[in-house]
Design a protein. Structure first.
Length: 133
């Protein structure tokens, strides 16, 4: 788990789903909306505008920074060099290994981001019982 998140995820359920799936890795995911503050244009090779969207909002399933790994994952981690989470995901997917998503729709903020951190300060007392069981 990353150290800069605030969530009320049920870790027991996450572990149970991981075990049932037989996955080598399970990544908790969250739907995040990303607003674009500009008009977005699409154009062809001749620069003719083919589409326009005013201030669209894109929807992504993002990693929450919460993972479950089986020990077999260590076979994919090389010794003696930097190897990040992104490198691990590429290696597992390229090898055709079982990497699964655990979609979560509860409370999650990435408090390493200033806007999420501010929101967490505002909401922590309201949801205190969800975080401090």
């Amino acid at each position: 788990m990353n150290g800069d998140i605030l969530t009320d995820i049920d870790y027991r359920d996450l572990m149970a789903v991981h075990r049932q799936s037989g996955a080598l890795a399970t990544v908790a995911t969250y739907r995040r909306d990303v607003p674009i503050d500009f008009g977005v244009l699409e154009y062809d090779a001749e620069n003719r505008i083919r589409a326009f969207r005013e201030k669209p909002v894109y929807h992504f399933s993002v990693s929450m920074g919460v993972y479950v790994f089986d020990r077999g994952i260590l076979e994919y981690v090389p010794e003696g060099r930097a190897f990040g989470f992104d490198d691990l995901m590429y290696a597992l997917i390229d090898a055709g290994e079982g990497v699964f998503s655990y979609p979560y729709d509860g409370y999650w903020l990435d408090i390493g981001r200033p806007d999420d951190y501010e929101r967490s300060i505002e909401e922590f007392e309201t949801y205190r019982d969800r975080f401090l069981v």
